[in-house]
Design a protein. Structure first.
Length: 595
């Protein structure tokens, strides 16, 4: 997975709104828990029995066909979703209840309506179940609107459904009315209200009666209010938009919402290249397959182990990402520390060696009356001390010398050898010989990159004096570099010496997660058919040990002593711990016990 993330980042430049600094409100998520009504409690028990037995008559429907039997958990998941929204989604003959989701939602909508009445604050309400269909009987949209108008006195004209808009013109009129504050509450589904609706100007709250299947759908829903141009949230709500997720206890609501967050987390990490885990678990529920039996039973029974597991996994993933960033920063600091320490040592050696050359030069140099250094230079084959004559000879050497890449001495300057080297270079596609001159001490010093002034003999003769006189400025450059390095190295030493302080917390969380996983596996395994049958007969059944049938130990016909092989002896007398990830290949013939 990290390699996939790296590959994705090779072909994309992923930036979030936070990365580019988009001026938009913050999202304040609120998970609003609702206790189940008595009718829901009763139906939850029926759902659990249906999940165990497949008896569809418990749900008030005909027995399952062979095809439906294969999709039993999908049917159970669908009924659980409808039950969590409102019992009247299953049967319109159920009665209203003051503690159902519609009642809670209407109450909270009314509170926001009153709180931001002076600013004409607006709200979005999303549900993909129970959408408004004209003349199609009971639906949750109309039920909440009824409560808002009858119980809280909100004018019906200020509560609209996006499904009422049959034309683009009507749709635009409703959006404009939301921005103007004449429509205060707008209901819709993800597909109809989730995209292409720029009605964010006055949005103060977004309500999710249900949770969509895809993280992108939830982002689109929230994006109706959490976007640039939301003036009321920015100036009157602390630059926050409240996002309320309604979750009925002992239902799939909370789990589905947390599952969606887990999916969004790994998608974001994948796109940003911040993923460390080598596996992805996107959860065990979707719109095509429903939930597996264990998770379904755990959630409907009120068991919070799976939710606790999701929280632990999220915290562990966060800590592992933090540790990865810490270790990367530490490795970078260690590399820089090593590099800069080496650079400091090299610079100091350069300074010492060049200082020695400069002091040597000062000890032998001759000066004129004004204190200027005299250019006392000797060139092989030239007896004259005339700088012009010496310069012409040096120009001849520059034009004709061929040293084959070796530094060859051609004279000296105050005891410092003067050398020339011939180098083959390409210029404009043509190869030619380039002769460069140096004056050599502990290092080779050059002026004009070793090239003589071919048009001026006097300037050519002074090349080596100019090269030596550059030594103090070069020393100053290295000293300035060392001052910077001496400030940086202690800082890098401090970073490189740090220890990540949350290692024990991460180990503890992983230990808790492993224990929780074992608990889930042991407690939530589906019952065997035999046990289920006896439970229906009212018998309390305990699993029988291996070799025991109907309470009587069964012995093999051959009761002669058995000789154990070494592997059996180890297994019988020892506790063996296996580590995940160490598997013997099936095609390899085992020569002994492999764990």
């Amino acid at each position: 997975v990290p390699e996939l993330a790296a590959f994705y980042n090779e072909i994309t430049d992923y930036r979030t709104a936070e990365d580019v600094g988009v001026d938009r409100p913050n999202k304040n998520e609120i998970l609003h828990h609702i206790p189940p009504t008595p009718e829901q409690e009763d139906f939850i028990q029926k759902l659990m029995q249906f999940a165990k037995t497949g008896d569809a008559t418990l749900l008030g429907r005909l027995p399952l066909s062979e095809t439906e039997e294969k999709a039993k958990m999908l049917i159970a998941t669908d009924y659980a979703r409808k039950m969590a929204l409102d019992m009247r989604m299953i049967d319109p003959h159920y009665e209203d209840h003051p503690d159902n989701k519609a009642s809670h939602c209407a109450k909270i909508i009314a509170e926001y309506y009153q709180k931001y009445d002076a600013q004409k604050g607006t709200q979005f309400v999303f549900s993909d179940l129970g959408t408004y269909q004209p003349g199609d009987g009971w639906n949750v949209y109309s039920e909440i609107k009824r409560k808002l108008t009858e119980d809280y006195g909100i004018p019906p004209s200020e509560v609209r459904f996006i499904q009422e808009c049959k034309t683009d013109k009507a749709r635009k009129a409703v959006i404009d009315a939301m921005n103007a504050g004449t429509v205060r509450v707008l209901f819709g589904s993800t597909s109809m209200l989730g995209t292409g609706v720029n009605a964010q100007k006055r949005c103060v709250a977004i309500h999710h009666l249900d949770t969509p299947w895809r993280p992108s759908d939830l982002q689109q829903r929230d994006g109706r209010g959490v976007r640039a141009g939301n003036e009321i949230a920015k100036h009157f709500a602390g630059n926050n938009v409240d996002v309320i997720i309604y979750a009925v206890e002992k239902s799939l609501d909370s789990y589905k919402f947390n599952l969606l967050h887990c999916k969004q987390t790994f998608i974001s990490q994948l796109k940003s290249g911040a993923m460390e885990a080598r596996t992805i678990d996107e959860g065990a529920m979707d719109e095509k397959s429903g939930m597996n039996f264990s998770e379904y039973m755990a959630l409907l029974s009120g068991n919070t182990d799976l939710l606790d597991k999701a929280k632990l996994e999220k915290r562990i993933a966060s800590l592992e990402g933090e540790r990865k960033s810490f270790n990367k920063g530490k490795r970078d600091s260690e590399f820089k520390l090593e590099s800069k320490t080496r650079e400091l040592g090299n610079n100091t050696a350069f300074i010492d060696a060049m200082t020695e050359d400069w002091n040597r030069f000062l000890s032998v140099v001759q000066t004129d009356k004004e204190g200027n250094h005299l250019n006392i230079i000797k060139v092989d084959g030239v007896d004259s001390a005339d700088e012009k004559v010496i310069g012409k000879r040096l120009q001849e050497i520059a034009k004709n010398a061929t040293t084959g890449g070796l530094y060859t001495q051609v004279g000296e300057f105050y005891g410092f050898p003067i050398k020339v080297v011939s180098e083959r270079i390409l210029k404009e596609g043509l190869e030619f010989t380039d002769n460069r001159f140096v004056v050599e001490g502990n290092y080779k010093y050059t002026y004009n990159n070793g090239h003589l002034a071919l048009a001026d003999p006097l300037a050519a003769a002074r090349n080596f004096l100019n090269a030596i006189e550059r030594i103090p400025s070069i020393i100053d450059q290295y000293k300035a570099k060392n001052e910077v390095l001496e400030r940086e190295i202690p800082q890098l030493q401090e970073i490189a010496g740090k220890v990540w302080k949350k290692e024990e917390e991460l180990k503890q969380l992983k230990s808790e997660l492993a224990a929780l996983d074992r608990k889930i596996q042991l407690e939530l395994a589906p019952p065997t058919p035999e046990i289920t049958e006896k439970e229906h007969e009212g018998q309390q059944v305990k699993p029988e040990a291996k070799g025991v049938r109907n309470g009587i130990r069964q012995y093999p016909e051959d009761t002669s002593p058995q000789i154990r092989n070494p592997s059996e002896s180890i297994i019988a007398n020892h506790t063996i711990t296996g580590h995940p990830g160490l598997y013997a290949k099936e095609e390899t013939r085992s020569k002994g016990l492999k764990i």
